[in-house]
Design a binder for this molecule. Structure first.
Ligand code: T5A
Length: 235
């Protein structure tokens, strides 16, 4: 391996990984497992989620998932998701990446594109403008789209929740969730450099191995560490 093997790697900044997909696809579980796998090789990663992830954004999450904003329509919901995202990016994601931490986020801009854009029929130019305002250049390096039949994901989400009330989006009918699945797949197809589709209709450990193989192939955590002078050269 030449001494220039790490040339071009911006190791001053952490890497930004997002998980996307339908309800109960296993995003939170896999975000946690990925952070643990990264920690094992010496990469410090913050795990976070949307909506939420920062103090004010968590309060907006309550408003969104309780259905408080729903009567105002999908465009108003998109505005509130974006407001939460501004706080989250400014207070958690951007500073963490700048300090050299990796960030693993359970849902991000693709959820707005899919739920409010594709399914809510919010004008794509509004979705794009909100995204630009909220995120700027703080874009994911890798987005893992967890794909599985919606009924499997909804059954998992229901088992975890128990007999409690379903949230704003879980209560939608089967056609909504099928369309959602198609919307995420279309996003992945439109941006193949950033997005990887993984088959989430499998057990947690198998899925975690598949995700680790995508992350090592695309983001090269050991090389990133080596470029920082913190680890041996490798995958
Ligand atoms: N939303 C969000 C928008 O409309 N626009 C936006 O811009 C954003 C950011 C968020 C809602 O907001 C919407 C989308 C959502 O409807 P949420 O509660 O965060 O609400 O919803 P989800 O992200 O869907 O969260 P879930 O917890 O339901 O799903 P996860 O995170 O995909 O699944 P996870 O890991 O919690 O697993 C669910 C259950 O399944 C088990 C777990 O143990 C858990 O019990 N499980 C598995 N079981 C079998 N095999 C596997 N491989 C399993 N993996 C996990």
């Amino acid at each position: 391996m030449s001494s220039n093997a790490n040339a071009g790697i911006d190791a001053g900044r952490g890497r930004f990984v997002t998980f996307e997909g339908g309800e109960g696809a296993g995003k939170s579980t896999q975000a946690r497992l990925l952070a643990a796998a990264l920690a094992e090789v010496g990469v410090d990663a913050a795990t976070t989620r949307e909506p939420g992830g920062s103090k004010t954004a968590e309060r907006l999450r309550e408003a969104l998932l309780s259905g408080l904003v729903e009567p105002l329509g999908p465009a108003a919901e998109a505005l509130v998701f974006a407001a939460a995202r501004i706080d989250h990016v400014d207070h958690l994601i951007r500073p963490a990446l700048a300090s050299g931490r990796w960030v693993i986020c359970d849902r991000f801009v693709d959820s707005t594109r899919a739920y409010q854009g594709a399914l809510g029929n919010v004008d794509p130019s509004l979705i794009a403008a909100l995204e630009k305002t909220a995120v700027g250049d703080c874009r994911p390096d890798l987005t893992l789209i967890l794909d599985l039949p919606p009924e499997t994901g909804l059954a998992r989400a229901a088992r975890r929740r128990g007999p409690g009330a379903v949230d704003r989006f879980e209560k939608q009918g089967p056609e909504f969730h099928e369309q959602l699945r198609r919307a995420f797949l279309a996003i992945a197809r439109a941006e193949p450099e950033r997005c990887a589709i993984v088959d989430a209709d499998t057990d947690e450990a198998t899925l975690a191995r598949e995700i680790w193989s995508v992350v090592t192939r695309k983001l090269r955590p050991l090389r990133w560490l080596a470029a920082r002078g913190e680890g041996a050269m490798g995958a």
